[in-house]
Design a protein around this ligand. Sequence first.
Ligand code: FNR
Length: 353
Amino acid sequence: MSKLFSPLKIRNVVFKNRIAVSPMCQYSAVDGFPGEWHFVHYGSRAVAGTGLIIQEATAVSPEGRISYGDLGIWTDDQLVAYKKLTNYISSHNCIPGIQLAHAGRKASATKGWEEARSLSKEEGAWKTYAPSAIAFSDKYSAPDEMSEDDIKKIVVDFKQASLRAVLAGYKTIELHFAHGYLVHEFLSPLSNLRIDKYGVSFENRCRLALEITRAVRSVIADVVPLFVRLSCTDWVEGGWNINDSVRLAKLLKEEGVDLIDCSSGGNISSAKIPIAPGYQVPFASQIKKEAEMLTCAVGLITKAAQAEEIISENKADIVLLGREMLRNPYWSLNAAKELNVDAEYPLQYLRAK
Ligand code: FNR
C-alpha cells in the first residue's frame, strides 16, 4: 500500500494524496491578475493527479510584489479573477492552495529569468520596506526601515488578502515567511537590527509572524487549513537556525497553524547551501517530531520511490515538488504507475492508464 497515495485530512479538507506542486512564481501576471498562462499551468497540474497545488507567491499589496509579473490579491477584482482557476482545479479533485506573500527588501526587482537585481528608476522601481535599512546584496537597493504604522498595515494586508483568498475558492492558505522576504527578514537577527518591540530578542523578532498568523486565523473559517513556509535555517553562522524554527513552529501551532512547509535560505546572499537530493527533508522531520506538527518536505525531491520513502518513514506528511513539476507536469500519474497504484485519471486520459 502506497503511503504517498494515501489521503490526508486537515481540518475539513481531504487531500487525495500527499503530492503537491510547490509554489513557483510565474512572473506572468499583469497588475497582479492571473491570465491564460496561469490557467493552463495550474490547470494541467490539477488534471494530472496532484493532490494539492500551492499557487505561487501572491502579493498582499502592490509594493509587496517581487516583480511587475507577480500575482496579487489586494483588490476584490483580483478575487473574482481567481474564481475560474480555483473552480477548475477543484473540479479535478485537487485542492487549490495559495501562498500569500510580501517581498520586503527583495521587492521591486527583475523577473525570475532575468539577472536578479533591483529595478532602476527608468524601469519603474518602487520604494521597498524592511525591518532595517539593509540591502539584500550590492545588486539590490536599500529598503526603508519600517515604522510601527507600516508594520500594522502589513498585518491588515495579510488579513484582507486571506479573506479574499477564501472567498476566491482557495481551500488552503500558506503564509510565506521564508526565502528572505519580509517576514523572514524580521525573524533573522542578520536582517533585523531593530531595537523596538520587533527586534533584538527571539520573541520580538517573531512578533510580526505571530501577529499576521493571528489576524489571518481570525478571518478564515476554522475549517480552512493554514500552512506556514519557513526557511528553517539561513545557512549562516549567527543567523536564523533550525532550533529557532522548532521554537517558532510551536508558537505558530498555538495560533492555529496546521503545517510547516520546511524550506531554507534566501535571506543572506553569500550563504553556502549544501544542495543535494532531499537536503531539506531533515528539517521537516525534526519539526514534525519536536513541534508535533504536520510538515511538508521540499527541495530536490524528484523520484517516486524517494517521495514514497519520505512519507512512509514519517519524515513529512506531504512532499512538494518544484522544478520537477515544471519538467514533468504529469509526475503524479507516472509515480502512480511506478508504485503500482490505481490512481484516479481524468476520463479523457483513461486509455493511457
Ligand atoms: C520557486 N520557489 C518559490 N518558493 C516559494 O515559496 N514561493 C514562490 O513563489 C517560489 N517561486 C519559485 C519560482 C521558480 C521558477 C522556482 C524554480 C522556485 C521555490 C520552490 O517552491 C521550491 O521550494 C524550490 O524550487 C525547491 O524545490 P525543487 O525545485 O528542488 O523541487
